[in-house]
Design a protein around this ligand. Sequence first.
Ligand code: PRE
Length: 105
Amino acid sequence: MPSEILRLRASIDNIDAALVHLLAERFKLTRQVGELKAIGNMPPADPSRDAQQIERLTAIAEASGLDPDFAVQFRQFIVSEVIRRHELIAREHAGETMPELDTYA
Ligand SMILES: O=C(O)C(=O)C[C@]1(C(=O)O)C=C[C@@H](O)C=C1
């Protein structure tokens, strides 16, 4: 393998590691949001926040030379998983707070 490619791969590996660390931190924060939403009986998704984020990320992507459609798809991939987790948290929370339903079982 040419040394130039190996050198580039070393930096790619660093960036991939940073992305994983950033995603891990993001999911820690969104888990807290999910818990607060479950406690407050708020829906998992927030379309107005989605619209703000998409507008912001589109502008950042355009300014930084990244395909804005890719940036929006990447965000959607992450947020879909966030919403799936929010729904799980809401279900867990409902299970904790709902009265016993199998009285006659
Ligand atoms: O900010 C929120 O309300 C969240 O639940 C977090 C988040 C996100 O991952 O950024 C996820 C779902 C919402 O539709 C909007 C944003």
